[in-house]
Design a protein around this ligand. Structure first.
Ligand code: 13P
Length: 337
């Protein structure tokens, strides 16, 4: 019951999730692009900027943290977990060990991290985490994905979800079909349907409680290098068709990743889906990292005197996505910071 309640809270109307769980290596690349040093303190300061932004608690139901951040404190000495909880934002944690090259399958990845996971989950719960995330990545090209990579990742996602639920933590199940490549949207759709079907087959085989998990999928887009890029309406239509064919209605919510789309496109796609003429069986919301963080990160760029401006941009982006999550966004609102 507690799992179901937490899952429903994470996808409550008008709300979505901030993914702030970049590994130190990943955030390091983003900092480096801005000429910023990547240290324990710079990562802490940046995360404090995000979590203490005025107004975000109206629109954020949860924040996914990286293990380092789960144990860090704000400048005031308050633990980030307590700061978020006091703002009624649920703290979550990324628990996978990263996507590693899949032996025997060049160019493909399998996510590791199941060994010792039960003990780690129990310690994260004791530290205040209420939900978790595990990300699998699936790449597309002429020969990929292989059946074996899809099945192995689906199996790992299901084993992770079972362990998380056993420990009373809601699992966010994230099978990400990557945007890298020149494949067209139709190919992304075929692959995403296959991946989601294999994931739900594995979840069913293991006996996961569908009412107590959240799906975090990619939107059905064309590869970044595909010359024929679909319209916003075409992305929304193909994504909803894919989900309808693959995701049981017992799942309370779908919270999308942004995957390298621009912030505006990701918001427009989410909005178009929520404007669907047909009622959707699940809540459809956001769990973006880059599409929420790009504007504040570049505005901040490590300068203390730019914190307030960066926080305003962040809160604005979160608000726009809250509107999109209800189908109430329009492009004209972009400039109204
Ligand atoms: P993006 O929104 O940048 O794709 O990140 C979401 C995420 O959590 C990836 O694991």
């Amino acid at each position: 019951m507690q799992l179901e309640e937490t899952a429903r809270r994470l996808v409550a109307p008008e709300r979505g999730i901030l993914a702030a769980d970049e590994s130190s290596a990943t955030i390091g690349k983003r900092f480096e692009a801005l000429g910023l040093p990547c240290t324990v303190e710079s990562r802490r300061a940046y995360r404090e900027l995000l979590f203490s932004s005025p107004g975000i608690e109206r629109y954020l139901s949860g924040v996914i943290l990286y293990e380092e951040t789960l144990k860090q404190t704000a400048q005031s000495g308050e633990r980030f977990v307590d700061l978020l909880t006091s703002r009624e934002i649920l703290p979550g944690i990324k628990v996978d060990g990263g996507a590693k090259p899949f032996a025997g399958h060049p160019g493909e990845f399998v996510t590791e991290g199941l060994d010792g996971l039960r003990e780690r989950l129990s310690s994260y719960r004791d530290l205040g985490a209420r939900f978790t995330k595990w990300r699998a990545v699936i790449s597309i090209d002429a020969l990929r994905p292989s059946r074996c990579a899809v099945r192995s990742n689906a199996e790992a996602l299901a084993r992770y979800a079972m362990l998380a639920q056993e420990q009373g933590l809601v699992p966010i199940v994230e099978p990400e079909v990557l945007m890298e490549g020149d494949h067209d949207q139709a190919r992304c759709e075929v692959v995403t349907v296959e991946v989601l079907n294999r994931v739900f087959e594995a979840l069913h085989a293991h006996g996961a409680c569908l009412e107590g998990l959240i799906l975090k999928p990619n939107m059905v887009v064309a590869g970044k290098k595909c010359p024929a890029q679909p319209t916003v309406e075409a992305v929304a239509g193909a994504t909803l068709r894919t989900l309808a064919r693959s995701v049981p209605s017992a799942v309370p919510g779908i919270a999308f990743l942004s995957g390298g789309q621009t912030p505006e496109r990701a918001t427009a796609h989410l909005n178009a889906m929520n404007q669907s003429a047909h009622p959707l069986p699940w809540q459809v919301t956001f769990s973006f990292s880059r599409a929420l963080q790009e504007p504040p990160l570049s505005a901040w760029a490590g300068q203390t005197d730019r914190v307030a401006t960066a926080q305003k941009l962040f809160a604005h982006r979160v608000h726009l996505n809250s509107l999109a999550r209800m189908g109430r966004y329009s492009h004209e609102l972009e400039g109204a910071v």
